[in-house]
Design a protein around this ligand. Structure first.
Ligand SMILES: Nc1ncnc2c1ncn2[C@@H]1O[C@H](COP(=O)(O)OP(=O)(O)OP(=O)(O)O)[C@@H](O)[C@H]1O
Length: 270
């Protein structure tokens, strides 16, 4: 078995038509090792989300995607849509920035979890119900039976995100892609959501791509790091090496921002 579970080779994304073509991602290559966490960091607009959407075939026709994305010997950019949909549901789970957009506001959480599990795991309704409860228990969510009966708007962003992580994990994917999973979460829940991710990394056999503009958050969890700016790779390497001996001015700038924030935090709390 290869040590890399996902390889991205020379990924390039352009947007628009022949009259006005805008390059968004330029020649990105990296690989995700099995049971490792790969962090992608960069400021807003650097191309982190478009990179992940391109990998998963989630970009619409206005985008032109070139390069190779190889998951377990399957060339994702060349496969037919049905197979990709199956891989996306079962093998690669994505956790989005805003959990509210992942749920249908009209149905209680339980119904949506059960439906997702039946569709992706081919199990009975009773088994799907049991798995829903277990999914929330695994996330250390208190009163899981009550939470299951709630509609999405009755839960906080942080709670919904933890439900989302519970669903993603219960599907037992090979890869989890988390795109800024703490953006829509309040400060107290950010810690809880980060704890869940660190626990997942330690206890579950899952490979992960963790995307954030926050170098501090990424560095807590990622084994390897890729720094992006304007759709290009600025720097890549083992996380500690990148943090301790940054080779580019831009990475140093991100480290300085992070250090200034930490200093300010300790100043405020005395
Ligand atoms: N639908 C679109 N059409 C055209 N350009 C787009 C579209 N979506 C994103 N872009 C452009 O692609 C570039 C990368 O955007 P992307 O959302 O990947 O950045 P990001 O690093 O994920 O930032 P953020 O953290 O704010 O989401 C930006 O310049 C953005 O303006």
């Amino acid at each position: 078995m290869k040590s890399e579970i996902l390889e991205v080779k020379h990924l390039t994304v352009d947007c628009g038509n022949h009259k006005m073509l805008k390059n968004i991602i330029s020649d990105i290559s990296f690989h995700l090792k099995r049971n490792h966490c790969f962090g992608i960091v960069g400021e807003s607009g650097s191309g982190k989300s478009i990179t992940c959407k391109a990998i998963l075939g989630l970009l619409d026709k206005s985008f032109d995607v070139k390069g190779d994305v190889i998951f377990n010997d399957i060339h994702l950019l060349k496969e037919d849509k049905r197979k990709i949909r199956h891989i996306r549901g079962k093998e690669i789970s994505m956790i989005l920035q805003n959990p509210m957009t992942s749920f249908d506001p009209l149905f209680p959480v339980q119904e949506q979890m059960v439906e997702t599990f039946i569709e992706n795991l081919n199990i009975s309704k009773k088994e799907a119900l049991e798995l829903s409860l277990k999914g929330l228990e695994d996330m250390h969510i208190l009163h899981p039976k009550d939470v299951l009966k709630k509609y999405p708007h009755q839960l906080s962003g942080g709670m919904l995100q933890r439900v989302m992580i519970g669903i993603a994990l219960a599907l037992k994917p090979s890869i989890i892609i988390a795109d800024e999973p703490t953006t829509a979460v309040d400060a107290i829940n950010v810690v809880k959501v980060m704890e869940q991710f660190i626990r997942i990394k330690e206890n579950h056999h899952v490979s992960m791509i963790f995307i954030s503009h926050d170098l501090g958050a990424v560095s807590k969890i990622a084994d390897d790091l890729l720094v992006m700016k304007d759709g290009k790779i600025v720097e890549a390497g083992e996380t500690q090496q990148v943090l301790n001996r940054p080779q580019s001015e831009y990475t140093q700038y991100l480290i300085n921002i992070r250090n200034a924030l930490v200093d300010r935090f300790y100043h405020v709390i005395g």
